[in-house]
Design a binder for this molecule. Structure first.
Ligand code: ASP
Ligand code: MG
Length: 410
């Protein structure tokens, strides 16, 4: 069977008119002889509205009930697309996450897919139906409904493409592809024709909202051919593929920025053997993701540790740490909110030195103070003040020669 997976995001299914457009796109693929699995997000801003409703009733709604609530959004869109396809005499059947066999762990709100039982979907495709699957939801082995985290429909799509060995997976969205920077922030940002899985993964993790990071991880590990394209305009999108199949490896392919960063600093931590393990296990057990970590030793028996974290999780992190203060033995905890992270990403960094020097020079020319730095083989990130983040992104984009306005080409 030549299966493809098509995923449409919230704006692409934002109204019945848009759903009719999606039905047309699906019809074209059906007529071209493909067996189609279509993964949908909730209509427009439905998920946000549902979150808002729950928060009106309870500041900290239970994650289990949130999953129960949020999964209803996707169920509306899958049923509506199916009826729109029926109107076109196309056989179609909608599937909730659990009907589609998407089995996850039990972490409500950010569940990880453990297994996909593909029987029901394969049966539907063999019958000649379009299988319309609710994005971002799954079920635990105990039958509890879970969600994969905000933006998780991309992950549903890629996971299904991997499990069904689809020819490729298309992510339809409201932009025409992946850009060298967020085009809402950098006017000169350009569409990237092709990008490696590794670069895309870094960009997605670093705040490029166009793809859910876990979807790229899944595409990378299963070598799923992935394309991001517009559901509004019929123009070529961005292909995400293996590095060795790409034409050029640039020193910097894109600039990402993440506006949700905070820093926690622990002072006077005892310098004992496994203190770092104890500290970060406490945070991991509370499912709190830590990003950049900086450790410094002031005295032989004492050190300080600073780490960056999403500001949204900072309160929870501080609670966990305060509860463990006597066990961990730190003297003081400092919190700094209102930060952001700007990053440059490119596989060419591995072979061409100088990116760090250029990045610091650019930020210093713009009078922007760097508070934390982290590097990998293909990325360099700096934590800075949030109100400087837009300016930093624009300056770096220009400095690294990514836009039509660029001064230097490196
Ligand atoms: N509807 C969910 C959200 O808004 C999942 C998704 O669209 O990917 O986060
Ligand atoms: Mg999305």
């Amino acid at each position: 069977m030549n299966i493809i997976v098509m995923k449409f995001g919230g704006t692409s299914v934002g109204s019945t008119k848009r759903i009719q457009e999606v039905a047309k796109r699906v019809e074209e693929k059906v007529n071209a002889g493909y067996k189609c699995v279509v993964v949908l997000s909730a209509m427009g801003k439905t998920t946000d509205q549902l979150v808002h409703l729950a928060k009106e009733l309870n500041e900290q709604p239970s994650p289990r009930e949130m999953d129960m609530l949020l999964t209803t959004g996707e169920q509306i869109s899958i049923a509506l697309l199916s009826v729109a396809l029926h109107q076109k005499n196309i056989e179609a059947r909608s599937f909730t996450g659990w009907q589609a066999g998407i089995v996850t762990d039990k972490v409500h709100g950010k569940a990880v897919v453990h297994e996909v039982k593909t029987d029901a979907l394969l049966e539907s495709l063999e019958k000649g139906e379009v299988a319309v699957v609710a994005g971002f939801q799954g079920v635990t082995d105990k039958g509890e409904i879970t969600t994969l985290g905000r933006g998780g429909s991309d992950t549903t799509a890629v996971t299904l493409a991997a499990a069904l060995q689809a020819e490729y997976c298309e992510i339809y969205t409201d932009v025409t592809g992946v850009y060298t920077a967020d085009p809402r922030v950098v006017k000169q940002a350009q569409k990237i024709e092709e990008i490696s899985y590794e670069e895309m993964l870094e960009l997605a993790r670093l705040g490029a909202g166009v793809l859910h990071p876990r979807s790229v991880e899944c595409a990378l590990s299963h070598k799923v051919k992935l394309v991001v394209r517009s559901s509004f305009e019929k123009v070529p999108g961005t292909w995400i593929k293996e590095q060795d199949q790409m034409e050029e490896s640039l020193q910097v392919r894109g600039i990402a920025h993440d506006m949700d960063v905070a820093r926690i600093k622990l002072l006077g931590l005892p310098n004992r053997q496994n203190i770092l393990a104890e500290l970060f296990t406490a945070l991991a057990d509370a499912h709190i993701n830590v990003d950049i970590i900086v450790q410094s030793e002031h005295q032989v028996d004492q050190m300080s540790v600073a780490f960056s974290i999403s500001e949204a999780e900072a309160e929870a992190a501080q609670k966990v740490l305060l509860a463990k203060q006597s066990i961990l033995g730190f003297q003081d905890m400092l919190f700094e909110g209102g930060l952001a992270k700007v990053s440059a990403v490119g596989v060419g960094m591995m072979t061409r030195p100088g990116v760090a020097a250029n990045m610091f020079a650019c930020l210093s020319e713009a009078n922007i103070t760097v508070k934390m730095v982290s590097t990998s083989e293909i990325k360099l990130s700096c934590v800075i003040e949030r109100d400087k983040a837009i300016e930093a992104t624009q300056s770096l984009h220009r400095y690294f020669g990514l836009g039509a306005d660029s001064k230097v080409s490196v």
